[in-house]
Write a protein that binds this ligand. Structure first.
Ligand code: PEP
Ligand code: MG
Length: 579
């Protein structure tokens, strides 16, 4: 009988293969009371298990293939550190000594304690990092249960298989990459779990969050995993399998074509050169950046240096964060956006005083930086110092008036002076640009442009502020429309202002990364797109198949249309044309 199960789609692609069931969860653990003379050998048994876990992880670390994304290696490094950390080396030993209990029970108690600490963390990403602790503790528990555990892991035949597991560890994913597995399905995990992150960066089709996957799917049975839709199919007929094989071939061919575009420049059929840059913020984006063919970073969001951590990053830590990206970019430009703090992205609970009624309209972004000039100057100094090592640009968020520019540029000058006095190097001609993300900025873009070296349109906020819809309020999401006539007019005004002032205008909001709008934006005259690394190759493909000269007229027609439904149809028609 055919079985179709739906899970969370975390890594695109179709895999067809036989099931290999894996159990990576913790074995059941019971409390045993020990006699006094048994304590010493129990502690030794525990320490041996830790050493074995460490040895196993180190051997995996040594076998990481060269082309493995850096984040996988980083996860394994962090697991090795955890095995060495006192939270796992010392605390359980203390528990064994105090409670006269077995190592498994002591470790379980320590795990429960750590879970409650992580559960209180506010940030989704940090909260999911309890998975790392869980993976390491499960490995130790398995070794305590069976000394041969790690040897068995290494011998599993996984080539071409669909691995179905309760959960997977980063170490598992390295083993799987070495053995060329076809795809995987897990019971646990969500889009932010590192199984998901790793699957995406290795390009392995994967579906997670299917609760009873190991009970529903049988060892060796043939299954289809569709990582694009989150579907897992078992017991289906020949026709369905053939159909999926066809889709798999088409997808592989499309991916091959896209990959081939990585080192090709973005140029329209009529010869217009377009710049494609990446938006990045977290470490996982850095390895994606390398594979995206990006010509630089058009938006580096720096809030992570301040929020969800105990202390904001100081100048040196910021400098190192920027230098890390500069090294990856090897001479390509890095556009660093100064802090977009404020509202829900505040790190200092005492800063704002009473909670404001409309945080999106409150002390955000450049307004926040200008209220705390020490904080702002510290970031500008770090950016300037980084500019001595590669091409760097400064991007100011949420500028609404000329006066904010004057104030920002004056603080930048102070930072110049300080660095000169300290004989520290920096690029004295560092380009400074502003995000155009409020209607006021778009309407006065021609005035702002006079003081700036570039503009960058932040459509996420521009749409929010133009249409008066809170971008994080689900109830008004349906009103969020990049094709709203007012939004298009403001984008057009900004592009015109850039052309008149002869300065580049980029777009770095989500709209720039959505292929539905690529041809319209080209027709309107956009020449610099900055988007998540994962969408750049598809955008490039569209650009390289388009002729700007032919797109201009229909784009102008769309701009002059005021009926939203009609605009949608016209954009579809524009995308269907062959020019
Ligand atoms: C934007 O508003 O379009 C933008 C890129 O900034 P953020 O999404 O970080 O607010
Ligand atoms: Mg914004």
């Amino acid at each position: 009988m055919a079985l179709i199960i739906s899970g969370i789609d975390v890594s695109k692609g179709i895999a067809i293969g036989n099931v290999h069931l894996l159990n990576r969860g913790a074995p059941e653990v019971f409390e045993l009371k020990l006699k006094k003379h048994e304590i010493k050998s129990e502690i030794e048994r525990f320490q041996d298990a830790l050493d074995e876990a460490s040895c196993h992880l180190r051997s995996i670390q040594d076998s990481i293939p060269e082309d493995t994304p850096t984040d996988i290696a980083a996860f394994i490094d962090s697991h090795i550190l955890m095995v060495e950390d006192s939270m796992l080396r010392k605390v359980p030993v203390e528990i064994i000594k105090k409670q006269h209990c077995n190592a498994e029970w002591a470790l379980k108690q320590q795990y429960d304690k750590l879970v409650s600490v992580f559960e209180q963390m506010e940030d989704d990403y940090l909260r999911t990092r309890i998975n790392d602790v869980e993976h390491v503790i499960n490995l130790i528990q398995q070794i305590l249960k069976d000394k041969q555990y790690t040897a068995q892991i290494d011998e599993q035949p996984l080539k071409g298989r669909i691995v179905v597991a309760d959960d997977l560890t980063p170490a598992d994913t390295v083993l799987m990459q070495n053995q060329n597995i076809a795809g995987f399905v897990t019971e646990l995990g969500g889009p932010l779990s590192h199984t998901a992150i790793l699957a995406r960066s290795m390009g392995i089709p994967a579906v997670v969050g299917i609760q009873d996957a190991r009970a529903l799917l049988q060892q060796e049975e043939l299954v289809i995993v569709d990582g694009g839709t989150g579907m897992v199919l078992a017991g289906v007929g020949k026709k369905t399998i053939e159909d999926y094989r066809r889709r798999q071939r088409t997808q592989r061919e499309a991916r091959r074509k896209l990959r081939a575009l990585r080192d090709v420049s973005a140029r329209t059929r009529d010869g217009q050169r377009i710049s494609l840059q990446a938006n990045i913020e977290l470490d996982e984006d850095v390895s994606a950046l390398k594979q995206s063919g990006a010509e630089g970073v058009g938006l580096y969001r720096t809030e992570f240096l301040y929020i969800d951590r105990e202390e904001p990053a100081d100048e040196i830590e910021q400098l190192h964060a920027y230098l890390r990206i500069i090294r990856v970019l090897k001479g390509k430009p890095l556009t660093i956006r100064t802090l977009d703090l404020g509202a829900e992205k505040e790190f200092d609970p005492n800063f704002q005083g009473p909670l404001t009624q409309n945080p999106a309209l409150g002390l955000r972004a450049i307004r926040r930086s200008l209220k705390d000039t020490d904080l702002f100057k510290r970031q500008l100094r770090a950016i300037l110092r980084a500019s001595a090592s590669g091409p760097v640009k400064i991007l100011l968020p949420m500028v609404t008036s000329q006066i904010e520019l004057v104030q920002s540029l004056s603080i930048l000058k102070q930072a110049y002076k300080e660095l000169e006095n300290e004989q520290l190097h920096f690029d004295a001609n560092i380009p400074v640009g502003a995000m155009i993300e409020v209607p006021a900025a778009a309407l006065s873009a021609n005035i702002l442009a006079k003081q700036l070296n570039f503009l960058s349109i932040g459509t996420n906020d521009l749409i929010q502020y133009t249409l008066a819809i809170d971008r994080i309020d689900d109830q008004v999401n349906y009103l969020y429309d990049p094709l709203h006539p007012s939004v298009l007019k403001l984008i057009n005004l900004t592009l015109q202002a850039g052309r008149r002032a002869k300065i580049p205008v980029a777009m770095c909001g989500e709209m720039a990364g959505d292929t539905r709008y690529t041809r319209l934006l080209l027709g309107m005259g956009l020449q610099e797109f900055s988007a998540p690394p994962s969408s750049l190759l598809e955008i490039k493909q569209i650009i390289n198949r388009s002729k700007v000269s032919e797109l201009k007229k229909p784009a102008m027609k769309i701009l002059n249309t005021t009926v939203p439904d009609r605009i949608n149809t016209m954009v579809d028609a524009l995308n269907d044309q062959s020019f």
